[in-house]
Design a binder for this molecule. Structure first.
Ligand SMILES: [Zn+2]
Length: 184
């Protein structure tokens, strides 16, 4: 889900509702990010404000809307035409950026970096002494054992395939010249 904050009629681009209640643009921007799944901390970082400011923005917005929960507030902002909500296949991307996507060269699917699963450490015996070797995280796609060292940054992929979308879709297999990659 991608939330766009519509341009309101208030001086700051926010909205005037009911009895002259002014919902500020900043409150809406903060809340839109929360609605897209960011934590208060992440919103604070993105808007370059303190976490308390974020909390205040959200609290104020909920009071002004008369919302009793964040989910209720989302519904109200959409119903009132303040938020324009679009369904997207990969929501994280809009929030966190496509540069965190990697293309698995084993199965060809793109996944978010943080979706790669931690692999069990491998036991190695050297001179009768057992060591545990940390293994790189593996591709989250069903049945794939591609590890993170066998992946490509989506940015890198797009340099060779500019026709690919800026944001890869989850579960879609992207053809890639794997031979080229191996010789690289
Ligand atoms: Zn894979």
């Amino acid at each position: 889900m991608v939330i766009n904050v519509r341009e309101g009629t208030a001086d700051d681009g926010g909205f005037i509702i009911n009895n002259n209640i002014h919902i500020t643009k900043r409150e809406l921007e903060a809340f839109a990010l929360v609605g897209m799944g960011l934590s208060n901390n992440e919103v604070a970082e993105k808007l370059d404000v303190s976490i308390n400011t974020v909390r205040n923005h959200i609290w104020n917005l909920m009071q002004k809307l008369g919302a009793n929960s964040r989910a209720h507030a989302i519904v109200l902002t959409v119903q009132n035409g303040i938020f324009d909500v679009k369904q997207q296949k990969s929501l994280d991307t809009y929030v966190r950026g496509y540069d965190q996507y990697r293309l698995c060269i084993m199965c060809g699917k793109a996944s978010l970096n943080n979706e790669f699963k931690e692999a069990e450490p491998e036991k190695v015996i050297v001179n009768h002494v057992e060591y545990e070797m940390d293994m790189p995280p593996v591709c989250p796609s069903e049945g794939c054992r591609g590890d993170i060292t066998d992946t490509l940054d989506w940015n890198e992929v797009r340099k060779h395939h500019p026709e690919y979308p800026a944001i890869p879709e989850h579960g879609v297999v992207y053809d890639y010249d794997i031979e080229w990659f191996r010789g690289y």
